[in-house]
Structures are given as structure tokens and as C-alpha cells.
Design a protein around this ligand. Structure first.
Ligand code: SF4
Length: 114
């Protein structure tokens, strides 16, 4: 049986997530980072935010996105909101536009269901 305090905590977490999605208005852009495709044989620079607008940069900053997770258990690659890279591109996040790194993290980490 879930304690009331735990339940309220979970509710607040989901509410915060929905507020973040509403604030960024970009939940549907997953994996659509506009990082230039690398030339054949090259890896894309998924830290390059030159094509990301100021608004979208602020959205990722508001969520505390960092390129290297301080807690290995909370890496983007293990998050339910992680969008794997496609065809030599960069990974993305369902919460904001632009590339992310699999080893990154943010305050909205949601463990991927097992
Ligand atoms: S940890 Fe944050 S930035 Fe990374 S995929 Fe999850 S929600 Fe997106």
C-alpha cells in the first residue's frame, strides 16, 4: 500500500513533468535535432547547440540538463524520455529540442520501465 506522502510526491513529480512539457511546447519534436549530418564516416557533434534557439536553450537549462550525469543511475540513456539517435544523428529528449548526450541527465529523469 502506497503511503499518502509517497503518493503526493509521485503526483508532484508527474505534475512537474507535464508543466515542463507544456512550458517547452515541444514534446513532439523528439529526435528532430537539427544538428548538421556529419560527412560520411564522421560522428556528429552532439554538444553543438548553434542550431538551437535561445528559447530552446533556456528550456533545457530550466530542466537542469547537463552533458554528464553526476549519478550514473540517472543517465539519459536510461530515461523513459530518451529518444535514441537515428542514422548517424544525435539522441534527443521528448521535453526539449536539440541534441543530447546519452551520458547526460536532467532533473526530470524518469526511469525507463523494465
Ligand atoms: S534525463 Fe532529462 S534530458 Fe535526459 S532524456 Fe530524460 S528527461 Fe530528457
Amino acid at each position: 500500500m502506497m503511503h499518502r506522502r509517497v503518493w503526493i510526491g509521485k503526483l508532484m513529480s508527474v505534475t512537474g513533468l507535464l508543466a515542463a512539457i507544456a512550458a517547452t511546447g515541444c514534446a513532439g519534436n523528439a529526435g528532430s535535432s537539427k544538428v548538421d549530418k556529419p560527412k560520411s564516416g564522421q560522428s556528429p557533434d552532439c554538444s553543438d547547440l548553434r542550431s538551437v534557439s535561445d528559447t530552446d536553450r533556456k528550456a533545457r537549462e530550466a530542466l537542469g540538463y547537463e552533458t554528464s550525469a553526476t549519478d550514473p543511475e540517472r543517465r539519459c540513456s536510461g530515461c523513459a524520455l530518451y529518444v535514441p539517435p537515428k542514422e548517424g544523428g544525435c539522441a534527443g529528449c521528448m521535453l526539449f529540442k536539440g541534441p543530447i548526450l546519452p551520458e547526460g541527465s536532467c532533473i526530470q529523469f524518469q526511469p525507463r520501465p523494465s
